[in-house]
Design a protein around this ligand. Structure first.
Ligand code: ZN
Length: 309
């Protein structure tokens, strides 16, 4: 079985203005990377429009309407700090939700082994009813709830190696013992959450904060000692990866100084756990990553690993 790559050109139409780090070129370079011959065995799908039911299992209707209505007819609209909208934003959001649903459906129905959603804007800072930090809709959360509501998954683990803490994912699942949220992230750093003592109402949140300049060894130790044993013990029916590549050493925002090989390593570790507990089911969602060269190299290594290449 192969790896599914989900994309849609409308992700380029979410225009965030000049000098904004979360920009269309991010998916442009990632898509170009996947044109290479090594990726010819990828199964590819264009993301359909949003699945309203899947979206409102995470975000209330009123919030979805608020986002939809805020989309400007022209120019830019700053909905919140670091949350910029343009006329193409709704289409990008709609297809990124649709793409997430397709990826989960195909993986859970065993039409593919695993999937990578190479879309934007990212999602892990989006809370139940709050857009922040470049994010509107929480795709990792939508993936987890979709697996549960449409495919009977009992337990879903979300592992987040973006340099930032996924405050949104943590908030959404704080009191939900059917979802384990586990994150490594630079701390302190935006958004300020993710201390080790934030553990969720059912001990279902695992935070492994890392100091600036932590590097490969410290990252792998934190994963090996704090996160992977918890994911293994949780015995998930699906592993969702919040795949942010802004922990790479080239990244202009993050300062964790990871290497491409670290992303290959963690992808392999998560696939091994998924193989044992979830018939290999992994759905990976692109989150951050703001150096274009590092982003394309990391995404390439991540997806080659998912492909078993
Ligand atoms: Zn990030």
């Amino acid at each position: 079985m192969s790896t599914l790559l989900v994309t849609h050109p409308c992700c380029l139409e979410h225009d965030t203005g000049p000098a904004f780090p979360e920009r269309p070129d991010r998916v442009r370079v990632v898509e170009r990377t996947f044109e290479s011959e090594i990726f010819q065995l990828l199964q590819r799908e264009y993301a359909p429009e949003l699945d309203y039911d899947a979206l409102t299992r995470v975000h209330p209707e009123q919030y979805v309407e608020q986002i939809h209505k805020a989309v400007p007819a022209e120019g830019y609209f700053e909905l919140a700090d670091d949350v910029v909208m343009s006329p193409g934003t709704w289409e990008a959001l709609s297809h990124s939700v649709g793409g997430t649903v397709v990826a989960v459906d195909d993986v859970m129905r065993r039409r593919c082994k695993n999937a990578f959603i190479a879309m934007r804007p990212p999602g892990h800072h989006a809370e139940t009813a709050r857009a922040m930090g470049f994010c509107f809709f929480n795709l990792a959360a939508i993936a987890a709830r979709r697996a549960q509501s449409a495919h009977g998954a009992e337990r879903v683990a979300i592992v987040d190696f973006d340099v930032h803490h996924g405050n949104g994912t943590q908030e959404i699942f704080w009191s939900d013992k059917s979802v384990l949220y586990a994150s490594t992230h630079q701390f302190p750093l935006y958004p300020g959450t993710g201390a080790a003592d934030e553990r969720g109402a059912h001990d279902n949140i695992v935070n492994a904060p890392l100091a600036e300049n932590a590097g490969s060894r410290v990252f792998r130790e934190a994963m090996t000692e704090k996160i992977l044993p918890r994911v293994r013990a949780f015995s998930p029916d699906l592993i969702v990866i919040s795949a942010g590549f802004d922990a790479h050493r080239f990244d202009p925002i993050g300062g964790l100084h990871l290497e491409v090989a670290d992303f290959t390593w963690i992808t392999n570790e998560l696939m091994e756990i998924a193989e044992r507990t979830a018939k290999g089911a992994v759905v990976s969602v692109l989150e951050g990553g703001y150096d274009l060269i590092a982003l394309s190299r990391c995404a390439s290594a991540h997806v080659q690993t998912l492909m078993g290449a």
